[in-house]
Design a protein around this ligand. Structure first.
Ligand SMILES: Cc1ncc(C[n+]2csc(CCOP(=O)(O)OP(=O)(O)O)c2C)c(N)n1
Length: 183
């Protein structure tokens, strides 16, 4: 990539309008998240923590954007187990991530009782979710509806694997028996 290409990329992305301090902050958050993500398997191999580890590597930039959009004590965030960088950007400290990974009593997510990589900080609005994949989408949708009904200034974020989001389909193979008979 030539310097001209880089300049063009910066222009298109709008990053030229972002201050140097802000960029450094974003980079720092992504770097911190990646360092924690890389360290986690070492704790696991040594039997010190992380009953299991699902990396966030590769999701860094999108997770940063999600976490930075979250307004602590106002919005609600329902992360999933790969959302380490999201949660670091949203307000979890490195120490809190480690306490969660090592199931310590001081863990803000669950006092060390939930599985590792279940990031939460209910005190600022990062919800503690179930281990059943995508189950929290229902809770988030319900809360989103309540926010709308009561006209609150809050955003409900819900993060699930992209593979869980499938377009609706109406092919015969997936049409339910009930809808077939009602036609
Ligand atoms: C209801 C339920 N079934 C099975 C599991 C075991 N399980 C944990 S992670 C996972 C894979 C989830 O894949 P995906 O949602 O695509 O997320 P990815 O890890 O690929 O980001 C499964 C099957 C579970 N947690 N909950």
């Amino acid at each position: 990539m030539t310097p001209q290409d880089t300049a063009e990329l910066v222009r298109i992305s709008g990053l030229a309008d972002v201050s140097r301090e802000e960029l450094k902050k974003w980079y720092g958050l992504m770097h911190l998240s990646r360092v924690l993500d890389d360290k986690a398997p070492n704790y696991l191999k040594q039997g010190l923590g992380w009953s299991y580890h699902a990396p966030c590597a590769g999701h860094d930039a999108i997770q940063l954007a999600l976490g930075m959009s979250f307004r602590p004590n106002r919005d609600y965030l329902f992360p999933y187990y790969r959302d380490l960088a999201t949660c670091v950007a949203a307000g979890l400290t490195a120490e809190e991530i480690l306490l969660n990974g090592m199931s310590k009593a001081a863990d803000v997510a669950s006092g060390g009782r939930h599985m590792s990589n279940h990031f939460a900080k209910p005190g600022i609005g990062i919800q503690n979710v179930s281990s059943c994949v995508s189950n929290h989408a229902q809770h988030a949708a319900g809360l989103g509806r309540a926010v709308k009904t009561y006209r609150k200034d809050a955003i409900v974020f819900c993060s699930v694997s992209p593979r869980r989001i499938r377009p609706p389909t109406s092919t015969p193979a997936t049409t339910s028996r009930a809808s077939r008979t009602s036609r």
